[in-house]
Write a protein that binds this ligand. Structure first.
Ligand code: ADP
Ligand code: MG
Length: 244
């Protein structure tokens, strides 16, 4: 479970500071996807970076399974991130020379103890995850041999390697057509249910929001709208107003 408690984040902007995230409070429970939407520049990626413990907020708390990440020393925060948080960044960062299988295993081999048992376990986990995202037949292909949707599936599988309790995903469908985008969202919903992650999913593709368990809309860093699932019709109307 992840709780963001009254998060404010500012960036220097000339002589002043720009408020990217403004007093945001949000909780995501295991097995649920919370959508975060809003116009470009509204603070969605900044909020995700705070949730990922990559940026320390000016104020507020980030609770990951009850641990306040903002109170940890940098080294402890790094460990928490590696063990508890899966991150899929907006820009794909697959390594061109590695196969899909190697994209998943390489992080676990760097800096880890090189016992044979551990390597076997990592390889097994990779095969299972590639299977779960529908890429078992493509495990030995490199990024240039995969479609955009398949590369996004590799990104998602890689984020799940360490069995994170929190999954953070930034605009996974922005480079995909409607059909491939919809199947990525479906995949995220299914994996979240199966693996019981607490998932925050940034998207500005409003058609996907009614499928999610909860959602918020950001404007100028502030939450302007909760999106209870039961209100999906009126929510879509509201979102149309926000987006236009
Ligand atoms: P979104 O993901 O919703 O498009 P961002 O979180 O990227 O929005 O940006 C929110 C605001 O914070 C914008 O005004 C953006 O220019 C600013 N911002 C984001 N990252 C930085 C940064 N590293 N330094 C300065 N300003 C930033
Ligand atoms: Mg963004």
């Amino acid at each position: 479970m992840i709780s963001l408690n009254d998060i404010t984040l500012t960036f220097p902007d000339g002589d002043e500071r720009i408020t990217a995230v403004d007093n945001v409070t949000l909780t995501a429970h295991p097995g649920t996807v919370t959508g975060i939407t809003g116009p470009s520049g509204s603070g969605k990626s900044s909020l995700l970076a705070v949730a990922a413990t990559l940026i320390r907020p000016d104020s507020g708390q980030v609770l990951i399974d009850g641990v306040d990440a903002t109170a940890l020393a940098p080294r402890e925060a790094t460990e928490l991130r590696r063990e508890q948080i899966g991150i899929v960044f907006q820009q794909s960062n697959l390594i061109p020379s590695l196969t899909a299988h190697e994209q998943l295993t390489v992080m676990n081999e760097l800096g880890a103890r090189h016992s044979r048992g551990r390597r076997t376990a990592v390889a097994k986990r990779s095969r299972e995850l590639l299977d779960a995202v529908g890429l078992a037949p493509h495990a030995d292909k490199r990024p240039h041999q995969l479609s955009g949707g398949q590369r996004q599936r590799v990104n998602i599988a890689r984020a799940l390697m360490n069995e994170p309790s929190v999954l953070l995903i930034d605009e996974p469908t922005s480079a995909l057509d409607q059909e491939r985008g919809a199947s990525i969202i479906e995949l995220i919903l299914r994996l979240t249910g199966d693996l019981k992650t607490s998932t925050l999913l940034v998207t500005h593709d409003l058609v996907h929001l009614p499928q999610m368990h909860a959602g918020v809309t950001l404007v100028d860093g502030r939450i302007v709208d909760g999106l209870p699932r039961s209100a999906s019709t009126s929510v879509r109307a509201d979102l149309g107003a926000v987006a236009s």
